[in-house]
Design a protein around this ligand. Sequence first.
Ligand SMILES: [Zn+2]
Length: 179
Amino acid sequence: MSYVPHMSILPILIHPDPRLKKVAEPIEAVTDKLRKLADDMLETMYDAPGIGLAANQIGVLQRIIVLDCVKEEGEEPRPLVMMNPEVIAESDDVGVYDEGCLSIPEQYAEVERPAVVTVRWLGLDGQTHEEEFDGLWATCVQHEIDHLDGKLFIDYLRPLKRQMITRKMQKLKRELARG
Ligand SMILES: [Zn+2]
């Protein structure tokens, strides 16, 4: 491939923001513009640092997510770019993780999700991929797919807890706006 990416770090939207509540549109074809977007999203995610990022979080309402849940020092990174990702099978077994989100900085809460999921997606190679994920990968991929449907991890929490976090984020946004 002759395409040489020039990556940039994109600003990440902070909750509450209407774009985080929108359902993203399916991707029809892999274009150079999408390849560039994917590179920028990976760069933005690694810079944050985070283990996943969905296009809604940078204000792009297209169904594309990036993730890399390799956390061990010295282990090879595994950047994954998924377009139109969907969970096609999930386990009855559940896993609980203390989840966070780049759009909800420094707030964490336990969320229960299926422990193992099979995901199908369109890759940057134009091919359909299918893979089973467990552990942190399973949680992360479900969290990111939720973003594409306008859903945040705090939507799984009880209303009071969710409102408390939202108020904190509103305060944070006011502080950021003031500079
Ligand atoms: Zn998130």
